[in-house]
Design a protein around this ligand. Structure first.
Ligand SMILES: [Cu+2]
Length: 86
């Protein structure tokens, strides 16, 4: 996974880095924020995930050639939180 992320970062200009905001429900504390952040940052192609507990949303920077919003939403749902694209 780490290699995939480095690769994604290297070629970000080649393929294009995109940003998406995903609404997340069910996060209650800083531990939830860390769970969601870590899960997203482990996804291939994701360079950054910024979770806002107050807003109930996460802004994800990802490489469009390696992942997509549906996969990111699914990775959050697999943790047990609600997620939908804004
Ligand atoms: Cu929590």
């Amino acid at each position: 996974m780490e290699q995939a992320r480095e690769h994604a970062t290297e070629h970000a200009t080649e393929h294009g880095t995109e940003q998406a905001t995903i609404t997340v429900t069910g996060m209650k504390c800083g531990s939830c924020v860390r769970h969601v952040t870590t899960a997203l940052e482990r996804q291939p192609g994701v360079s950054a995930a910024q979770v806002s507990l107050a807003a109930g949303a996460v802004t994800v920077s990802y490489e469009s050639g390696l992942t997509n919003v549906a996969a990111l939403v699914q990775s959050i749902r697999s943790l047990g939180y609600g997620a939908s694209e804004e």
